[in-house]
Unconditional design. Structure first.
Length: 291
């Protein structure tokens, strides 16, 4: 197992998919996550990232917040020594009283600063997709599973008409809420594997991406891997539609005469939805571990 050390708290995060972005301990975004790392290493694969940017040492590190607590204790001890104050009972009482006043002052400052965080929580509470959140595990096929934050329902296919000669729709479903988050899942029988048709199939778009005013601002190259014996092409990018900024993850899985499309679209500037997309992608990669 390989690990990525969080810059914020020193926690070692197990890296088993390309989509581990946030620290499992402090939930802060890790600076050297694969998605950001790849922006400056365009042609490098996930395997190269694993070898160059992660560690195999699983020895736990001392978390930074614990180190700070120890430093504070050491500070008061060292201060009394530097000032040549004898460590007597009265000295200890004085230090404890001073520390209590310091903590009270810090608590007041902390409370005042956290007014911004309360405002953020109110903002989160106003997000109209929250009442619809209902996490569940779903089967895509007998081999593939996925975890979704919204209920998976039948939907119309987004397969372009010119590809119907190559791919026959078997099942089309979608989990979405409020034009803010969408997971499209479609299963197909493959009639013809010509290169051009397959390339077009890889670039197939969901209903959000097909909006008349959709403009793609970033379109990263494909990563190639294997999930449950499916040849898998994964692409990440971003676009603007209806005046909103979106990110997307586009997965194309093919095996024999079977094909599966999984397309995740979500508001780019919404941290909560980014976390949702990360959880969904990790659930896709968990199928890889079961090979």
């Amino acid at each position: 197992m390989n690990y990525l050390i969080c810059d914020a708290c020193n926690f070692k995060n197990a890296i088993y998919t390309e989509r581990v972005v946030f620290c499992n301990h402090c939930h802060q975004k890790m600076k050297n996550n694969y998605i950001d790392w790849k922006k400056s290493n365009h042609n490098a694969s996930f395997e190269v990232y694993i070898n160059e940017a992660t560690t195999t040492d699983s020895t736990p590190l001392i978390l930074k917040n614990r180190e700070i607590t120890k430093d504070k204790k050491q500070f008061f001890t060292n201060s009394s020594r530097l000032l040549n104050i004898p460590v007597t009972k009265k000295t200890r009482v004085f230090i404890v009283a001073t520390l209590a006043q310091f903590l009270l002052f810090s608590l007041i400052i902390f409370t005042q600063n956290n007014n911004l965080e309360v405002t953020d929580e109110k903002t989160v509470a106003e997000k109209n997709y929250l009442p619809h959140v209902k996490w569940g595990n779903y089967s895509i096929s007998q081999e593939l599973g996925i975890t979704l934050p919204f209920e998976l329902k039948k939907s119309e296919s987004v397969l372009p008409s010119y590809l119907t000669n190559y791919y026959a729709l078997e099942n089309s479903r979608k989990a979405e809420s409020s034009e803010s988050f969408s997971v499209t899942i479609e299963e197909f029988d493959v009639n013809d594997y010509s290169y051009i048709a397959h390339k077009d199939f890889m670039e197939m778009k969901d209903s959000y991406m097909l909006a008349p005013d959709a403009y793609f601002t970033a379109n990263e190259g494909y990563d190639h891997l294997k999930i449950k014996n499916y040849q898998t092409d994964m692409q990440h990018g971003s676009y603007i539609a209806n005046g909103k900024n979106y990110s997307y993850d586009n997965y194309t899985l093919t095996k024999g005469n079977k094909a599966v499309k999984i397309i995740i679209s979500y508001l780019k500037d919404d941290e909560l939805l980014s976390n949702y997309a990360n959880i969904v992608s990790q659930s896709i990669f968990k199928n890889k571990q079961q090979i």
